[in-house]
Design a protein around this ligand. Sequence first.
Ligand code: HEC
Length: 337
Amino acid sequence: MEKLQKQMRRSLMMSFRAASFGVLGFVTVVLFQNCDGGFNYDPNSGQLSSSGSGGVGSAQFRLTTFNPSGLVVPEGQSFEGGVDFKLVVSGQQVSSATILWSLLNNTGGCILKAGTGPETRFVYCDRSGRVTIQSTAIWVDGSTTVIASERTTAALIVDACGASNSTRTVFRIPNGTGASPWNSMASPLAVSVGQTLRICNDDSTASHQLMTTGGSPCAPQGAPMARGAFYDCVIANANNTNATTGLYNGLYNAVAGPAAAFYVRPFDGVALYADTTKTSNGQSCVSCHNNFANSTKKGASFTGIRNAITNNTGGMGVYMGRITDNELRAIAFSLNQ
Ligand code: HEC
C-alpha cells in the first residue's frame, strides 16, 4: 500500500511537471493514468523499479542493463569483457510494439545474443573500445521511439592465458558454464600427446577445477581456479580412454561433479607413426622413413605429409581415406619435438 502511495505521489508530481510543457503534458497524463508511471517493469524478473535507478529513455520506453547477478549496470558504467549483460526494454506499450536492436560504433568486439523475448537481448564484448546499443520501438500507430546506451568496453580479463601455439592447445571454459559440461561430447577437444593443454577459466558464474583419473592425461588440479586463472595439463599419454569414443575417461569439473564433463580426445603421434592399421597394405611411416627416433622426416609439417598422401608421393597414397587430419597433425607435432 505504501508503495502504491509512493507511486501515485510520483505520478502526480510528474503529471504536474509535464502539464507545464503543454502538448507533452497531454501525452504524459494519458500515460500516467496507470499507476506504473515513472517506474520500470522488468518483464523477466517481474519486478518494478524506480526510473531513477539507472537505464536510459523515458517511462514510455526505457532500456535497462543488468549484470549476470541481476543488478542494474547504470548508464556510464563500462562493460566488463567476456560477460553477458542483459538488456531489457520496458514501458506500458512495449509488449505490443515491434522492438529492433542494433549495435553502433562498435569497437568493443560486441555481439548481440538472443534473449527470452523481443524486449530482451544480451550483449557480450571482448575488446577494449566503445559500443552504442540502440533499441527502436515501432508502436502500433506506426510511430517510432529510438533510445541508445553508450558504453565503454573492456578486454577479456583472461588474456594472461594466451593463445594456442605449436606446443600448447588453449581451451577456454565458456562464460556462463557454471555446473554444466565444459564442452560437448559431439565436438571433443583434440590434443596431441606431449602437448600442453592449457585450461583457462573464462567463466564468471563459477570456479572450476580439472579432475582426472589415474594420472591420465595429467595430474588433477589441486584447487579450484578463479575466473582469469588457468591450469596447464601436460598430455603425458593416451591411456585410460573409452574404447568406443576414444575420449579420456573421468575428466570433469571437480567443483561441480562428474556430470560437468570435459571431453578430450588424445592423438599419439609417436604411436600413429608406427600404426600399421592406417594403410591399405599394413605399412606405416616406419616402413619407408626409419623408426621414429631415427626418422628421416623429422621436422615435417602437417601440410607436407598431407600433400604427400594426396599426391601418392613414394606410394604414400596407401593412407588415403584411412588417416584423419587430426592424426596427421599429431604425427607432425611429434616429428617436430
Ligand atoms: C610406402 C613408403 C612410404 C610410406 C609408408 C610413407 N612414406 Fe613418406 N615418402 C615416401 C617417399 C618415397 C617419399 C619421397 C622421397 C622423400 O621425400 O623421402 C616420401 C615423402 C615424404 C615426405 C616429404 C613430402 C614432400 O613433399 O617433400 C614426408 C613429409 C613424408 N613422406 C612423411 C611420411 C609420414 C609422416 C608417413 C607416415 C604417416 C609416411 N611418409 C609414410 C615413402 C613413404
